[in-house]
Design a protein around this ligand. Structure first.
Ligand SMILES: [Zn+2]
Length: 318
């Protein structure tokens, strides 16, 4: 399996849109997309998505034009299937603006991801990441002047003509790694997590280091174990609020660990059979399949047992 195929098994990776990088540089082309009669507008409310009658609210061109909102629509891209332009629009207090739509709510994308199509979930993940950047980046980081949205929202430029600094969307890269030794996997939990929830180790990449050094450093900082055979696994955009997860695998050169930081409350080595026993007893709950941590643990679990974590979970009495 190549890395693209493996990444596409992670949630929020099945992107149905072409970002139209060349087209969006042309103001006439952009204006034509904004006027397109079939254009669609995904409605966001800050870091949340907007639903009407518990269905994601996507406005038609006519519905969007009828709204009294000043929000600038952001061009996400064109549908790969038929070229329909898809925009996102941020509407705060949507229930007071979208008065013609019944039962407006603003749930987190995380809570509804499993109920929607994977491509739709990926499109909303992209939209919420972009929206986060626009909400949090409104002034030039160089001179403090207001920024102007350019290229349909994929960049912003400082309006001070003496400056003209350009800002691009920012994401925070984080490494997340499955550490194994022989037939055992290292799982850990943070004190702030729900009881019995365990996952693999993770941490943000720091300035001036390689991804592989970040893996090495984080494992050392968190459990004081040297690792080797560090290999890339897959990646995942993570819109809560603006991370980019880079999955790795690594082998521990020792199984003796020492918790180094306050944020890791407990860690343990488990064989697949021991993990099963703990899952049956409810004493270790692996992460849900939204996050790349599930894929990292699941690949190992599948290789060891011939079944996926979800298959094993669903075989347990409820
Ligand atoms: Zn500036």
């Amino acid at each position: 399996m190549d890395h693209l195929t493996r990444s596409l098994l992670n949630t929020y990776t099945a992107q149905p849109l072409d970002r139209s990088a060349h087209g969006r540089k042309n103001p006439d082309w952009l204006a034509a997309q904004l006027a397109h009669p079939a254009a669609e507008y995904l409605v966001l409310d800050g870091h949340s998505v907007v639903t009407s009658e518990r269905t994601l609210l996507v406005l038609t061109q006519a519905q969007f034009q009828a709204l009294d909102v000043s929000a600038t629509p952001m061009l996400l891209g064109l549908k790969k299937t038929d070229g329909t332009p898809v925009f996102s629009v941020n509407i705060t207090e949507p229930a007071s603006v979208l008065t013609t739509f019944p039962n407006i709510e603003s749930p987190s994308l995380r809570t509804i991801t499993r109920q929607i199509d994977p491509e739709v979930a990926s499109m909303y993940s992209y939209a919420t990441l972009l929206n986060h950047w626009h909400i949090t980046t409104r002034f030039c980081t160089r001179c403090g002047t207001a920024l102007e949205i350019k290229e349909g929202g994929s960049m912003q430029q400082c309006t001070n003509s003496a400056c003209g600094h350009i800002e691009f969307p920012r994401i925070n890269p984080a490494v997340i790694m499955r550490v194994t030794k022989g037939n055992k996997i290292l799982l850990a939990r943070q004190a702030s997590w729900p009881e019995f929830k365990y996952s693999v180790l993770a941490g943000f990449v720091e300035v001036g280091e390689t991804l592989e050094h970040a893996v090495e450093r984080e494992v050392m900082e968190e459990v004081n174990i040297p690792v080797e055979n560090i290999n890339y696994h897959s990646s995942q955009p993570w819109p809560f609020p603006n991370s980019f997860m880079l999955g790795y695998t690594a082998e521990a050169s020792s199984d003796a660990f020492e918790l180094e930081q306050d944020d890791i409350e407990h860690a343990l080595w488990l064989t697949a059979e021991e993990l099963k026993t703990n899952m049956v007893e409810g004493t270790v709950l692996p992460p849900p399949d939204l996050s790349i941590s599930y894929s990292l643990i699941n690949d190992w679990f599948h290789a060891e047992t011939g079944m996926t974590l979800n298959e094993f979970k669903s075989s347990l009495p409820q």
